[in-house]
Design a protein around this ligand. Sequence first.
Ligand SMILES: Cc1cc2nc3c(=O)[nH]c(=O)nc-3n(C[C@H](O)[C@H](O)[C@H](O)COP(=O)(O)OP(=O)(O)OC[C@H]3O[C@@H](n4cnc5c(N)ncnc54)[C@H](O)[C@@H]3O)c2cc1C
Length: 500
Amino acid sequence: MKKYDNIVVGSGISGLTLALLLGMNGHSVLLLEKNTRIGGSLARFYRQGIPFDTGFHFTGGFYKNGILHDMLTVLGIHDYIRPIYIAQGKNNRFVFEKEQAVFDLPVGYQAVISKFKDYFPSETTAIDRYFDMVRDVCSRTVSMDLRNITLSPNVINEDYISLDKVLNSLTDNRLLKGLLSGFCMCHGVKPAEISFANHSRVSYDLYKSMSRVKDGGDAFIKAFKERFAKLDIDIMCGSFIKECIDIKNDHVGRFVLNNGDEISCKHCVFTIHPQEILKILPQKHLSKAFIDRIKSFEASAGFFSVYGIVESDNAVDTLEPTTLSLFPTADINLLIDPYNPGPPAMVIMKNTETVNAKSYSVLNALEVSFPENVEDWKNSKKGKRPDGYMKYKQERINNISKRVINIYPEYSDSFKVVDAASILTFKDYLHSPHGSAYGIKQKIGQFNLFGKLPLRNVYAAGQSSVLPGLVGAMMSSFIVGRAVVGKDDYNRFIGRGLES
Ligand SMILES: Cc1cc2nc3c(=O)[nH]c(=O)nc-3n(C[C@H](O)[C@H](O)[C@H](O)COP(=O)(O)OP(=O)(O)OC[C@H]3O[C@@H](n4cnc5c(N)ncnc54)[C@H](O)[C@@H]3O)c2cc1C
């Protein structure tokens, strides 16, 4: 039987962050990944030698003293990651089709406020109040300060009020409410169901700046791998825990892997979907209330993703990273509803990727999608999907392509679809129960699965724990990492990292 200080299950950004944090604190770590390679949603895939992003396109938080900046600095990988800021003006655009309104987001919190006031001159009080509240929520959120984070929930009043309620109290202007709800696409929960606090925590950094990263999620994976090589961290791909055995006083003595290996450890942290964790934990050690709580978690929205290139001699326009969020209506509640009868919201991202000195204009269109859209085929297997599914997939590809050309008529001859992924593709690739983009739907007042579990040496972290997205997933690993290494070691580690 092998012994490690820690097992970390799942090697997306949460698992990678946690493994490195523990390794840097002198712990031995076994990182288990079910896939054949590490990275989860971060990992890019290649078609015809061109890289495409799976589940990481852009983020906020790179500015000095931003949470992402600080986490990367402490982990010693800041210099490996090169942000490419999505610049001013039309490169970061929100389009509302029914209302025929176009809004461009500048860079910088104050600049966004000023621009929104220009767009809505009679709503300046509501706009000031909204942005004050967003900033205030983040300044009072303990988990957004690496020095002060703890496992205790630290909820604030705004965790108990929905985004919808706050917006309704500020304004009657439908379009403004739609615009202020635009970043719901970045947590996948409708305004009526997300707390104002969590919407603020996800949106704050995105209002300040939005960045892609050179080489996308692969840049993170490369950085982590280089750091791991110097530490006591073993990676096992194609591996997962089959069983927890030798349980005494609610402490798991041995974790049995799919290859039959038995591992003992002081701490085992799952960074995978809560409902996948439930399948692994021995049910007789869990209360019915605990099981029911986890089973009741719903899926966040996901995406149907079309990956394409713009084959043009004159694709100057595509050289700059661009994000265009397309909302068929300002009613975001309707757009993030599985039963929305109208066209879905969509994000179109353009970027130039350079491989071996050759540049490609890459265009990725993500249309909001839900597990309900693929319910009929949910038990089908990759490579053996029924005709009905293939027809559904082709229809969505055609429709998305039409919408892309409608927005960018100049690409009518040059836009070529290279591949596509449905919710089922994401489900299979990420070994998640539904294929949603952000794990569970983080509903207002919900008690997520996070931190210590009913088995004493077992913990949960990951995107479904605290906040979705790259930043939220990393934050969850810092919080659990602190609990595992202990307060004093953690404080020294953070102090050293931030001072260096
Ligand atoms: C299409 C799409 C677009 C997105 N765009 C963005 C974006 O632009 N910006 C952003 O910030 N966020 C984005 N997200 C969300 C972001 O990708 C996630 O919030 C974040 O990457 C989740 O990281 P994670 O480590 O918690 O989970 P994951 O990345 O899902 O990693 C979990 C890992 O665990 C593995 N695993 C599962 N079960 C087991 C098991 N039993 N044993 C061992 N391993 C297991 C999986 O194979 C996977 O590698 C997007 C997501 C999607 C799907």
